[in-house]
Design a protein around this ligand. Structure first.
Ligand SMILES: [Zn+2]
Length: 286
C-alpha cells in the first residue's frame, strides 16, 4: 500500500452556471510514499480554470502562480484522470485538514462529469492525526508551518508554497509521527456517506417549526425556580438565535432567553442560555 499526500491550490471565483463562488482548483501536487515511508514519486500539474481566468492577487502572492502559467494547463477532468492513474489502486490519501478534500469533492461536482464519483477509497486527515502528537491545547487547527516547527522541521526547507512543496512538508510531518496503529483510527472508507458528510455545510436554523427542532427548547419557564413565567417579548430571530423576554413573578426577575440551533450533518446542536435584564426602575428608596 502507498501513502499519497495531496495538496491543492485554488482560486476563489464566481461560477455563473452555479450562481455561487467556488474554490476552483488550479494546481494538484502530491507525493507518494511506500510502506517504508520513502518518497517513490511526485505529482505536480496545473489546471486551466473555467470559472475565472484571473487569479486573485492574494493567491498569486501565496502560490506564485500567474495567469499565463495556466494558459497551457489541462482541464480539471484530464488532470484528475492523470492523478487517479498516478495514485494507482492500493493507497491511502492524506491531506492537511479537510479543506482540500472538500474542495476536491466540490470541484468534481462543478467541473467533473455528471455522476462522477471521486476515485478515493480511503482517506485520513493528516492535520487531525498530527495534532495528537503536538501539545496544542488552545490551538484548534494548527497551520502546517506551525505544526512543522513543533515537530522540529524547518518550514523554510520547503519554501515555495506550491502544492508539491506543501505536500512534501505535510509528508515530513507524517514521517516524523508515523505510528501505524494510531493512524488506523483516523482512516475513513470513502463511501457515499463519507462524501455526503464532507459536502454538507452546517447551518443555523431560523424557523422555529423546522422539523429538526425539538419544540421543547422553546419551553417557557423560569430556569431558577422552574415556575411559570409571563412572556414580555415574543420570540424573535436575530444574529442566528431566537430570543424572547420573560418575567418570573416568584423570583421577581426579568430575563432574556437565547436559543441557538445549528444543524450539523447527523445531529442538531442546541445552545440555550438566559441573561438577566436589569430593571432601570428598581426601587432604591426605603
Ligand atoms: Zn423564578
Amino acid at each position: 500500500m502507498n501513502y499519497i499526500i495531496m495538496d491543492l491550490e485554488w482560486n476563489n471565483a464566481y461560477l455563473k452556471s452555479a450562481h455561487c463562488f467556488v474554490n476552483e482548483i488550479i494546481e494538484v501536487g502530491a507525493i507518494k510514499l511506500n510502506e517504508e515511508l520513502e518518497i517513490t514519486d511526485t505529482f505536480s500539474q496545473l489546471i486551466c480554470p473555467v470559472a475565472s481566468k484571473k487569479i486573485r492577487s492574494r493567491i498569486k502572492e501565496l502560490t506564485h502562480i500567474e495567469n499565463e502559467d495556466l494558459e497551457d494547463a489541462s482541464a480539471f477532468k484530464t488532470v484528475m484522470d492523470d492523478f487517479a492513474d498516478w495514485c494507482g489502486s492500493d493507497f491511502l490519501l492524506l491531506t492537511w485538514g479537510d479543506t482540500d478534500i472538500r474542495t476536491l469533492i466540490s470541484n468534481y461536482k462543478f467541473f467533473g462529469r455528471k455522476q462522477d464519483v471521486c476515485f478515493i477509497e480511503r482517506y485520513a486527515d493528516l492535520q487531525k492525526y498530527c495534532q495528537g502528537f503536538i501539545n496544542m491545547e488552545n490551538v484548534q487547527q494548527a497551520g502546517l508551518s506551525y505544526a512543522a516547527e513543533c515537530l522540529n522541521i524547518n518550514p523554510d526547507d520547503f519554501p515555495h508554497h506550491r502544492a508539491l512543496d506543501d505536500s512534501r512538508l505535510s509528508g515530513e510531518c507524517f514521517r516524523k509521527n508515523f505510528v501505524a496503529e494510531k493512524l488506523e483510527k483516523y482512516i475513513s472508507n470513502c463511501d457515499e456517506e463519507f462524501f455526503e458528510k464532507l459536502a454538507f455545510r452546517p447551518y443555523y436554523i431560523s424557523n422555529r417549526n423546522d422539523p429538526n427542532v425539538d419544540s421543547k427548547v422553546f419551553n417557557e419557564f423560569c430556569d431558577i425556580c422552574g415556575g411559570a413565567v409571563q412572556k414580555k417579548k415574543n420570540w424573535k430571530y436575530m444574529n442566528h438565535s431566537f430570543r424572547a423576554v420573560f418575567y418570573c413573578e416568584h423570583c421577581d426577575r426579568l430575563f432574556r432567553v437565547n436559543v441557538r440551533i445549528k444543524k450539523l450533518y447527523n445531529r442538531v446542536d442546541v445552545k440555550r442560555n438566559t441573561a438577566e435584564i436589569v430593571k432601570l426602575n428598581v426601587d432604591t428608596e426605603e
